[in-house]
Ligand binder design. Structure first.
Ligand code: 13P
Length: 273
Protein backbone atom coordinates (compact mmCIF):
# COMPACT_ATOMS: atom_id res chain seq x y z
CA UNK A 1 0.00 0.00 0.00
CA UNK A 2 1.20 3.49 -0.77
CA UNK A 3 1.66 5.83 2.18
CA UNK A 4 2.05 9.56 2.57
CA UNK A 5 5.64 10.69 3.13
CA UNK A 6 4.71 12.55 6.33
CA UNK A 7 5.37 9.87 8.90
CA UNK A 8 8.54 8.51 7.32
CA UNK A 9 10.00 12.02 7.07
CA UNK A 10 9.11 12.96 10.62
CA UNK A 11 10.80 9.77 11.83
CA UNK A 12 13.82 10.57 9.66
CA UNK A 13 14.03 14.11 11.01
CA UNK A 14 13.85 12.86 14.59
CA UNK A 15 16.29 10.01 13.94
CA UNK A 16 18.77 12.24 12.06
CA UNK A 17 18.76 10.33 8.80
CA UNK A 18 17.21 10.97 5.39
CA UNK A 19 14.82 9.03 3.19
CA UNK A 20 15.89 8.75 -0.44
CA UNK A 21 13.62 9.89 -3.23
CA UNK A 22 14.63 7.92 -6.30
CA UNK A 23 13.03 9.01 -9.55
CA UNK A 24 11.47 6.36 -11.75
CA UNK A 25 11.34 6.20 -15.53
CA UNK A 26 9.86 2.81 -16.33
CA UNK A 27 9.06 -0.62 -14.96
CA UNK A 28 12.71 -1.65 -14.59
CA UNK A 29 13.52 1.43 -12.54
CA UNK A 30 10.52 0.95 -10.29
CA UNK A 31 11.21 -2.74 -9.72
CA UNK A 32 14.91 -2.18 -8.99
CA UNK A 33 14.24 0.57 -6.46
CA UNK A 34 11.39 -1.23 -4.68
CA UNK A 35 13.36 -4.48 -4.37
CA UNK A 36 16.39 -2.67 -2.98
CA UNK A 37 14.36 -0.73 -0.42
CA UNK A 38 12.74 -3.99 0.68
CA UNK A 39 16.11 -5.79 0.85
CA UNK A 40 17.47 -3.00 3.06
CA UNK A 41 14.30 -2.61 5.10
CA UNK A 42 14.23 1.08 4.25
CA UNK A 43 11.34 3.46 3.61
CA UNK A 44 11.48 4.88 0.10
CA UNK A 45 9.96 7.62 -2.03
CA UNK A 46 9.45 7.05 -5.74
CA UNK A 47 9.70 10.37 -7.56
CA UNK A 48 7.89 10.99 -10.84
CA UNK A 49 8.56 14.16 -12.79
CA UNK A 50 5.95 15.53 -15.19
CA UNK A 51 8.15 14.43 -18.11
CA UNK A 52 8.59 10.90 -16.75
CA UNK A 53 4.85 10.70 -16.10
CA UNK A 54 4.16 11.64 -19.70
CA UNK A 55 6.76 9.16 -20.94
CA UNK A 56 5.08 6.37 -18.98
CA UNK A 57 1.82 7.38 -20.76
CA UNK A 58 0.31 9.25 -17.82
CA UNK A 59 0.06 9.45 -14.04
CA UNK A 60 -2.74 6.89 -13.88
CA UNK A 61 -0.55 4.27 -15.53
CA UNK A 62 2.24 5.09 -13.08
CA UNK A 63 0.02 4.88 -9.99
CA UNK A 64 -1.53 1.60 -11.16
CA UNK A 65 1.85 0.08 -11.99
CA UNK A 66 3.42 1.06 -8.68
CA UNK A 67 0.46 -0.11 -6.58
CA UNK A 68 0.27 -3.44 -8.40
CA UNK A 69 4.01 -3.93 -8.16
CA UNK A 70 3.99 -3.36 -4.41
CA UNK A 71 1.42 -6.18 -4.15
CA UNK A 72 3.05 -8.56 -6.59
CA UNK A 73 6.55 -8.11 -5.15
CA UNK A 74 5.18 -8.29 -1.59
CA UNK A 75 6.82 -5.01 -0.65
CA UNK A 76 6.18 -4.27 3.02
CA UNK A 77 8.41 -1.22 3.60
CA UNK A 78 6.68 2.19 3.48
CA UNK A 79 6.54 3.49 -0.11
CA UNK A 80 5.39 6.99 -1.09
CA UNK A 81 4.59 7.77 -4.71
CA UNK A 82 5.53 11.39 -5.13
CA UNK A 83 5.07 13.92 -7.93
CA UNK A 84 8.43 15.66 -8.45
CA UNK A 85 8.44 19.38 -9.38
CA UNK A 86 4.75 19.32 -10.18
CA UNK A 87 3.01 22.09 -12.04
CA UNK A 88 -0.22 23.33 -10.47
CA UNK A 89 -2.27 21.26 -12.97
CA UNK A 90 -0.13 18.12 -12.57
CA UNK A 91 -0.73 18.23 -8.80
CA UNK A 92 -4.47 17.80 -9.38
CA UNK A 93 -3.87 15.05 -11.95
CA UNK A 94 -1.69 13.11 -9.50
CA UNK A 95 -4.12 13.53 -6.62
CA UNK A 96 -6.81 12.06 -8.90
CA UNK A 97 -4.52 9.29 -10.15
CA UNK A 98 -3.82 7.99 -6.63
CA UNK A 99 -0.37 9.39 -5.80
CA UNK A 100 0.30 9.52 -2.05
CA UNK A 101 2.49 12.63 -2.09
CA UNK A 102 2.96 15.64 -4.32
CA UNK A 103 5.42 18.43 -4.80
CA UNK A 104 4.09 21.72 -5.99
CA UNK A 105 6.95 23.65 -7.50
CA UNK A 106 5.72 27.21 -7.44
CA UNK A 107 9.21 28.64 -7.20
CA UNK A 108 8.84 30.41 -10.56
CA UNK A 109 5.75 32.31 -9.39
CA UNK A 110 5.96 35.42 -7.25
CA UNK A 111 6.26 34.43 -3.60
CA UNK A 112 2.68 35.60 -2.96
CA UNK A 113 1.28 33.47 -5.75
CA UNK A 114 3.46 30.53 -4.73
CA UNK A 115 2.14 30.75 -1.15
CA UNK A 116 -1.45 31.18 -2.31
CA UNK A 117 -1.39 28.15 -4.63
CA UNK A 118 0.53 26.07 -2.10
CA UNK A 119 -2.06 26.87 0.57
CA UNK A 120 -4.84 25.74 -1.73
CA UNK A 121 -3.05 22.44 -2.30
CA UNK A 122 -2.31 22.09 1.43
CA UNK A 123 -6.04 22.08 2.14
CA UNK A 124 -6.75 19.42 -0.49
CA UNK A 125 -3.81 17.23 0.53
CA UNK A 126 -4.77 17.45 4.18
CA UNK A 127 -8.30 16.33 3.40
CA UNK A 128 -7.08 13.40 1.32
CA UNK A 129 -4.17 12.39 3.56
CA UNK A 130 -1.40 13.19 1.08
CA UNK A 131 1.93 14.77 1.95
CA UNK A 132 2.92 17.98 0.18
CA UNK A 133 6.33 19.33 -0.70
CA UNK A 134 6.65 23.04 -1.37
CA UNK A 135 9.56 24.82 -2.99
CA UNK A 136 11.10 28.21 -2.54
CA UNK A 137 13.99 29.23 -4.69
CA UNK A 138 15.59 31.56 -2.22
CA UNK A 139 15.21 32.93 1.27
CA UNK A 140 15.90 36.55 2.19
CA UNK A 141 13.00 38.95 2.64
CA UNK A 142 10.45 36.39 1.63
CA UNK A 143 10.90 33.90 4.43
CA UNK A 144 7.91 35.07 6.37
CA UNK A 145 5.67 34.06 3.52
CA UNK A 146 7.15 30.60 3.75
CA UNK A 147 6.44 30.20 7.44
CA UNK A 148 2.87 31.21 6.66
CA UNK A 149 2.40 27.97 4.74
CA UNK A 150 1.26 25.90 7.72
CA UNK A 151 0.45 22.31 6.77
CA UNK A 152 3.27 21.93 4.29
CA UNK A 153 4.86 18.53 5.01
CA UNK A 154 8.32 19.29 3.69
CA UNK A 155 10.17 22.17 2.11
CA UNK A 156 12.71 22.22 -0.71
CA UNK A 157 14.92 25.27 -0.52
CA UNK A 158 17.64 26.32 -2.95
CA UNK A 159 20.95 26.09 -1.09
CA UNK A 160 23.34 25.99 -4.02
CA UNK A 161 22.19 22.53 -5.08
CA UNK A 162 21.78 21.77 -8.79
CA UNK A 163 20.03 18.99 -10.71
CA UNK A 164 22.33 16.79 -12.77
CA UNK A 165 26.13 16.67 -12.63
CA UNK A 166 27.87 19.41 -10.63
CA UNK A 167 30.37 21.55 -12.53
CA UNK A 168 34.03 21.31 -11.47
CA UNK A 169 33.92 24.84 -10.07
CA UNK A 170 30.79 24.27 -7.94
CA UNK A 171 31.31 26.05 -4.61
CA UNK A 172 29.37 23.43 -2.59
CA UNK A 173 26.17 23.62 -0.58
CA UNK A 174 25.46 26.77 1.38
CA UNK A 175 25.10 25.48 4.93
CA UNK A 176 24.61 29.04 6.12
CA UNK A 177 21.47 29.26 3.99
CA UNK A 178 20.33 25.82 5.12
CA UNK A 179 20.74 26.77 8.78
CA UNK A 180 18.84 30.04 8.19
CA UNK A 181 15.96 28.20 6.50
CA UNK A 182 15.90 25.63 9.28
CA UNK A 183 15.67 28.35 11.88
CA UNK A 184 12.67 29.88 10.10
CA UNK A 185 10.73 26.67 9.44
CA UNK A 186 11.26 24.99 12.79
CA UNK A 187 10.88 21.23 12.68
CA UNK A 188 9.50 20.99 9.13
CA UNK A 189 11.58 18.33 7.33
CA UNK A 190 13.78 19.85 4.61
CA UNK A 191 14.41 18.39 1.18
CA UNK A 192 17.70 18.36 -0.67
CA UNK A 193 17.27 18.17 -4.42
CA UNK A 194 20.12 17.42 -6.81
CA UNK A 195 21.45 14.52 -4.72
CA UNK A 196 23.66 13.25 -7.54
CA UNK A 197 27.35 13.93 -6.98
CA UNK A 198 27.15 15.75 -3.64
CA UNK A 199 30.18 14.66 -1.59
CA UNK A 200 29.43 12.38 1.36
CA UNK A 201 30.55 14.81 4.03
CA UNK A 202 28.18 17.48 2.66
CA UNK A 203 25.29 14.99 2.62
CA UNK A 204 25.96 14.09 6.25
CA UNK A 205 26.21 17.72 7.30
CA UNK A 206 22.98 18.57 5.47
CA UNK A 207 21.20 15.74 7.31
CA UNK A 208 22.56 17.00 10.64
CA UNK A 209 21.06 20.42 9.79
CA UNK A 210 17.53 19.13 9.19
CA UNK A 211 17.45 17.58 5.70
CA UNK A 212 15.20 14.51 5.92
CA UNK A 213 14.65 13.73 2.22
CA UNK A 214 17.27 13.61 -0.51
CA UNK A 215 16.39 13.33 -4.20
CA UNK A 216 18.49 11.25 -6.55
CA UNK A 217 17.79 10.90 -10.23
CA UNK A 218 20.77 11.43 -12.55
CA UNK A 219 23.06 9.04 -10.66
CA UNK A 220 20.77 6.07 -11.36
CA UNK A 221 20.54 7.11 -15.01
CA UNK A 222 24.34 7.30 -15.36
CA UNK A 223 24.80 3.92 -13.65
CA UNK A 224 22.13 2.31 -15.86
CA UNK A 225 23.62 3.79 -19.04
CA UNK A 226 27.21 2.75 -18.19
CA UNK A 227 26.22 -0.85 -17.41
CA UNK A 228 24.11 -1.12 -20.57
CA UNK A 229 26.92 0.36 -22.66
CA UNK A 230 29.37 -2.19 -21.27
CA UNK A 231 26.99 -5.09 -22.03
CA UNK A 232 26.71 -3.99 -25.65
CA UNK A 233 30.36 -3.04 -26.09
CA UNK A 234 31.32 -6.47 -24.75
CA UNK A 235 29.14 -7.94 -27.50
CA UNK A 236 26.90 -9.73 -24.99
CA UNK A 237 23.77 -8.89 -26.96
CA UNK A 238 25.19 -10.88 -29.86
CA UNK A 239 25.85 -14.04 -27.81
CA UNK A 240 23.01 -16.58 -27.78
CA UNK A 241 19.81 -14.84 -26.74
CA UNK A 242 21.67 -11.90 -25.26
CA UNK A 243 19.36 -9.58 -27.19
CA UNK A 244 16.41 -10.63 -25.01
CA UNK A 245 15.37 -7.40 -23.26
CA UNK A 246 15.26 -9.24 -19.95
CA UNK A 247 18.97 -9.98 -20.41
CA UNK A 248 19.91 -6.73 -22.14
CA UNK A 249 18.43 -4.59 -19.35
CA UNK A 250 19.60 -6.78 -16.44
CA UNK A 251 23.06 -5.21 -15.92
CA UNK A 252 21.48 -1.73 -15.92
CA UNK A 253 18.95 -2.84 -13.32
CA UNK A 254 21.74 -4.26 -11.15
CA UNK A 255 23.58 -0.94 -11.48
CA UNK A 256 20.49 0.97 -10.31
CA UNK A 257 20.17 -1.39 -7.34
CA UNK A 258 23.81 -0.84 -6.40
CA UNK A 259 23.41 2.94 -6.61
CA UNK A 260 20.25 2.86 -4.47
CA UNK A 261 21.98 0.57 -1.94
CA UNK A 262 24.91 3.00 -1.63
CA UNK A 263 22.56 5.97 -1.15
CA UNK A 264 20.38 4.22 1.41
CA UNK A 265 23.50 3.38 3.39
CA UNK A 266 24.83 6.93 3.10
CA UNK A 267 21.49 8.52 4.05
CA UNK A 268 21.16 6.18 7.05
CA UNK A 269 17.65 4.88 6.30
CA UNK A 270 18.55 1.15 6.17
CA UNK A 271 16.64 -0.82 8.79
CA UNK A 272 14.28 2.11 9.48
CA UNK A 273 11.16 0.75 7.78
P1 13P B 1 19.69 14.75 -9.55
O1 13P B 1 19.22 14.37 -10.91
O2 13P B 1 20.78 15.74 -9.58
O3 13P B 1 20.04 13.54 -8.73
O4 13P B 1 18.48 15.48 -8.82
C1 13P B 1 17.29 14.80 -8.60
C2 13P B 1 16.24 15.71 -8.09
O5 13P B 1 16.48 16.62 -7.33
C3 13P B 1 14.85 15.45 -8.51
O6 13P B 1 13.98 16.41 -8.07
Amino acid sequence: MLVSAKEMLEKARDGKYAVGQFNINNLEWTKSILLTAQEMNSPVILGVSCGAGKYMTGFKTVASMVSAMIDDLKITVPVALHLDHGTYEACFDCIDAGFSSIMFDGSHYSIDENVEKTKELVAICKEKGLSLEAEVGSIGGEEDGVIGMGGVTMLAAGIGNIHGKYPANWPGLSFETLAAVKEKVGDMPLVLHGGTGIPEDMIKKAISLGVAKINVNTECQLAFAAATRKYIEDGKDLEGKGFDPRKLLAPGCEAIKETVREKINLFGSAGKA
